[in-house]
Structures are given as structure tokens and as C-alpha cells.
Write a protein that binds this ligand. Structure first.
Ligand code: G1P
Length: 291
């Protein structure tokens, strides 16, 4: 059973400056809650019970968000704002634990994952990159489908989606014998981090959702610096794939890259329109725009 998920949140969010100058980019609001809440809820919906934040000294606001705030509690209680009180105390179910470890140096995603080695122990685990929001396709949580597949075949699962050919140099790209259908896993023959345009083995990009065996930690310890002079998770997965079956899972849902400004705006539009209380009014507002 996959119960642990690593969320690397130590990155300083330079793509999102100036907003991320003094607040973590993961705390930037998408409609009425910080982006990180959507990612944590995605993990919880897939059965994750332990959220492991790999974080940085400047990012305490993330831990505070998932912690209890007694002062706010008593203010809301005195104001008899019981609905709000209920909401802030139930951001995540009580059986979910949120723990954090520090990434002492910015040595890359692979290094961030390795920082959680002792907490992972011998368990297989999920990794969710919090820049990317994944919106379910008609209530089907892609991460749950990946976990189901992992439980069936015990092969690592890498979530992928098709991207335009000229964008392949922004992502990890997988090599597969044929294009899988959405919702299908297929044996991965290779994976490469940010290949230059024209050299990529496919246009299937790594979304930032992974189900990995504990063994990846030993491989990360041996992974030399790669693209961008960083220790890349992609390179450790490429090593894993030499000795074990690794599958690419083609997602059904939709992604929003909230690490980029335009991706963030797109997320606000989509999540705003889907919001149970604000959606209808927001839609009318957009329709009334004279642009
Ligand atoms: C990371 C991964 C990359 C993946 C991407 C998804 O890159 O290394 O394989 O495709 O996230 O967002 P980063 O965006 O951190 O450079």
C-alpha cells in the first residue's frame, strides 16, 4: 500500500517573482486556497496518509497552513463563525500527518527526494511536484489509478501527458514503444531530462507525479549531477529502469503549471469556474467581459 508522499517544496520559485519574493510560491492563492492545498488533497484522495514536505527555512508558511492555529480558532469561536472554524480545522482529515524535512542545499529534485530517505524506509511512495495542479477527469483521480496499477504489477509508475513538440525541452520525456491511451500504463524503455527539441524520444512529458519503490533512494545516492548541474530524479529513474520494469502512465485529467504565471492564470480560470459557490457568478463575469 502506498501511504507516503513526498512533496518537494524547497524551490524558491524564481519563475513566479515578484509574488514569491516573501511568500512561498506554493502559498499563492488559486481562487480561495493556496495551491499546495489542491496537491495535498489530490494525494489524500488517492489514499496517502503521510505528507512529507521537503522544505526550506523560508517556507514555514506551508507548515503553518496545515497546523492548528489556536488564536484564529478562538477569534472565530468568539465571533460564532462556526462554518469558517470548521473549514480551517478540516483542511485535511485528522488521520493525515504532515511532516517536514529540510533540503539544506538546492541540488535538484533528485536530491530533494533523497532528503526524505529516512522517513521512507523500505516503503514504496508517491512524489507529487506542487507546481503542477492535476484536475481530475470526471472524478477519476489519476494518482489513485497509478497506485492501483502499482499494486497490481509492482512496477514504478511515471505520470505523463502529451505536449507540443517544441516544448519537450522543458520536461522529462519518456521513451515508449507506442502511444498509450489515456488511463493506460505502458512499459517505459527510457527517460531523459529536458532533451533538446528534435532529439526527444517522444512528446510524452513527465507531469510530476511518480510512484516509486524505496530502492530509488539508493540509486539517487549514486546519481551524478545531470541537466542544469542538478541531481535529477529522472536520471535515477533511468537507472532503475535498467534493472526493473518502470511504466509510463498516461493521465486522463488536466494539468496546470502554477509555477509559471500564465499556467497560474489558467488554473485560476478553471478552478474559479468549477468552484461550487463562486463558479456561476465568475462565469457570468467572464461572459460580460468586453474583450
Ligand atoms: C521537473 C522534472 C521534470 C518534469 C517537470 C514537471 O522539472 O525534473 O522531469 O517534467 O518537473 O513539471 P522542473 O520543472 O523542476 O525543472
Amino acid at each position: 500500500m502506498i501511504k507516503k508522499a513526498i512533496l518537494p517544496v524547497a524551490g524558491l520559485g524564481t519563475r513566479f517573482l515578484p509574488a514569491s519574493k516573501s511568500i512561498p510560491k506554493e502559498m499563492v492563492t488559486v481562487v480561495d486556497r493556496p495551491a499546495i492545498e489542491y496537491v495535498v488533497k489530490e494525494a489524500v484522495a488517492a489514499g496517502i496518509e503521510q505528507i512529507i514536505l521537503v522544505t526550506h527555512s523560508s517556507k514555514g508558511a506551508i507548515e503553518n497552513y496545515f497546523d492548528h492555529n489556536s488564536e484564529l480558532d478562538s477569534v472565530l469561536r468568539n465571533k460564532k463563525s462556526f462554518d469558517l472554524l470548521d473549514e480551517i480545522n478540516n483542511i485535511i482529515p485528522s488521520h493525515i500527518s504532515v511532516i517536514s524535512v529540510r533540503q539544506p542545499q538546492p541540488l535538484g529534485l533528485g536530491h530533494a527526494v533523497l532528503c526524505a530517505k529516512d522517513i521512507i524506509g523500505n516503503d514504496a511512495f508517491a512524489v507529487l511536484l506542487p507546481d503542477v495542479l492535476v484536475k481530475d477527469h470526471s472524478d477519476q483521480n489519476d494518482l489513485s489509478l497509478m497506485i492501483n496499477r502499482f499494486n497490481q504489477v509492482q512496477a514504478a509508475q511515471i505520470m505523463v501527458e502529451a505536449v507540443l513538440d517544441h516544448l519537450v525541452d522543458q520536461y522529462g520525456i519518456v521513451d515508449v514503444a507506442k502511444m498509450p491511451d489515456e488511463g493506460q500504463s505502458i512499459l517505459m524503455q527510457g527517460i531523459v531530462e529536458k532533451p533538446s527539441v528534435g532529439t526527444a524520444p517522444s512528446n510524452l512529458s513527465v507531469v510530476g507525479r511518480y510512484i516509486l519503490p524505496a530502492k530509488i533512494m539508493q540509486l539517487l545516492e549514486q546519481t551524478p549531477r545531470g541537466a542544469g548541474n542538478e541531481i535529477q530524479l529522472t536520471d535515477a529513474i533511468a537507472m532503475l529502469q535498467k534493472t526493473e520494469q518502470v511504466e509510463a502512465y498516461r493521465m486522463k485529467g488536466q494539468t496546470f503549471d502554477c509555477g509559471s504565471k500564465i499556467g497560474y492564470l489558467k488554473a485560476v480560470l478553471h478552478y474559479g469556474l468549477a468552484h461550487p459557490k463562486l463558479g456561476a457568478e465568475f462565469k457570468a463575469m467572464i461572459q460580460a467581459l468586453d474583450v
